[in-house]
Design a protein around this ligand. Structure first.
Ligand code: PLP
Length: 350
């Protein structure tokens, strides 16, 4: 029999339905669908209000000067390699990230009770934390604020945890429904995980006062709830990195345990570099080191180890006083401009 040509063989062998024939079309993720529609729209006066990224006066993406400066240095650094990072990422980046949120003098860091692992931005850190909790924590119920950042439920659902909500925003006062929040957390089962946002709550912009945080802390500790902080906007409320971290620091100063997902997407404009970290504050150094050993087993089958570039930028900025100061000045300029634009918008409506 005459043999079939490669072309004939291929077309014959591949006849019939796709093995994926039964795959159902998923709905678009709204915020990304808006991004695509926006890029296709030829209008010269378009504005994308969907995704939370900073824009310049001309509506253009903004890369911080300090980031550009560090990237030039990194490019010229002949000692820099492209070797794999450890599963837990860059050690210096992890140390500096922990110091940024907990404070350089944090006793928890000094006592080695904190494990910090580099992850893929805020989302990757939240998902890593959720997977760790699903595997190693006895309580599988997570309380999210109502409303919350649209992706929050996904991390915990994907990890197999059960979602509940606590009251947060009061549309009448346009402020915090503090009593509702306390009542809902007060009736949560002992040990339940509670997701908080460190500051600049997305999507409401409403944060508890320090006095209210203290009451929340007391309730959380008295009921043995486990706080998980999402830290995506440190410095963006007050312009002070220390001030904005007061909420989470209260929960560390008391000696109790908590998780923190760090993100450098907004605060350094490193959105697409996917740079962040997960910290777990434990009661003892021994527990922290065992927790870290298990975090490696959560990360290894997901993406094995994190990327270098974004973490190298952050590390260079955080470890150098002059670069750090330059960053905070640029951060403050972005915040001031956002406040100014919001005021203009409000005035235009008035
Ligand atoms: C509250 C909150 N958490 C996490 C994220 C995710 O940030 P990242 O881009 O670092 O994954 C966002 C992004 O908008 C956010 O608003």
């Amino acid at each position: 029999m005459e043999s079939l040509s490669t072309k004939e063989k291929t077309s014959k062998d591949c006849n019939g339905d796709s093995v994926f024939e039964n795959v159902v079309r998923a709905p678009d993720v709204p915020v990304y669908a808006v991004m695509v529609a926006y890029s296709k729209d030829p209008s010269p006066v378009k504005l994308n209000l969907g995704i939370g990224v900073y824009r310049t006066e001309d509506g253009k993406p903004h890369v911080l000067n300090v980031v550009r400066r560090v990237e030039k240095l990194l490019l010229d650094d002949v000692s820099a390699t492209k070797e794999y990072l450890p599963i837990t990422g860059m050690a210096e980046f992890n140390k500096l990230s922990a110091q940024l949120v907990f404070g350089a003098d944090s006793p928890a860091i000094k006592e080695n009770r904190v494990t910090t692992v580099q992850c893929l931005a805020g989302c990757g850190s939240l998902r890593t934390g959720a997977d760790f909790l699903a595997k190693h924590y006895h309580q599988h119920t997570v309380y999210l604020s109502q409303p919350t950042y649209g992706n929050h439920p996904n991390f915990f659902l994907a990890a197999g945890l059960t979602l509940k909500t606590y009251r947060y925003y009061d549309p009448i006062t346009r402020g915090l429904d503090f009593q509702g929040m306390l009542d809902d957390l007060g009736s949560a089962p002992s040990g339940a995980i509670v997701l908080f946002q460190v500051c600049s709550h997305n999507p409401t912009g409403v944060d508890p006062t320090l006095h209210q945080w203290e009451q929340i802390r007391q309730l959380v500790r008295s009921k043995g709830l486990l706080p998980f902080f999402d830290n995506a906007y440190q410095g963006i409320v007050s312009g002070s990195l220390d001030m904005d971290a007061q909420s989470v620091r209260m929960f560390v100063t008391d000696g109790g345990e908590c998780l923190v997902a760090h993100s450098y997407s907004k605060i350094m404009g490193l959105y697409g570099e996917r740079v962040g970290a997960l910290s777990i504050v434990c009661k003892t150094a021994d527990v922290a080191s065992r927790v870290e050993s298990q975090l490696k087993l959560v990360i290894r089958p997901m993406y094995s180890n994190p990327p270098i570039h974004g973490a190298a930028i952050v590390t260079a900025i955080l470890k150098d006083r002059e670069m750090f100061d330059e960053w905070t000045v640029e951060l403050k300029a972005m915040i001031n401009r956002i406040i100014h634009l919001r005021q203009q918008l409000l005035d235009a409506f008035a």
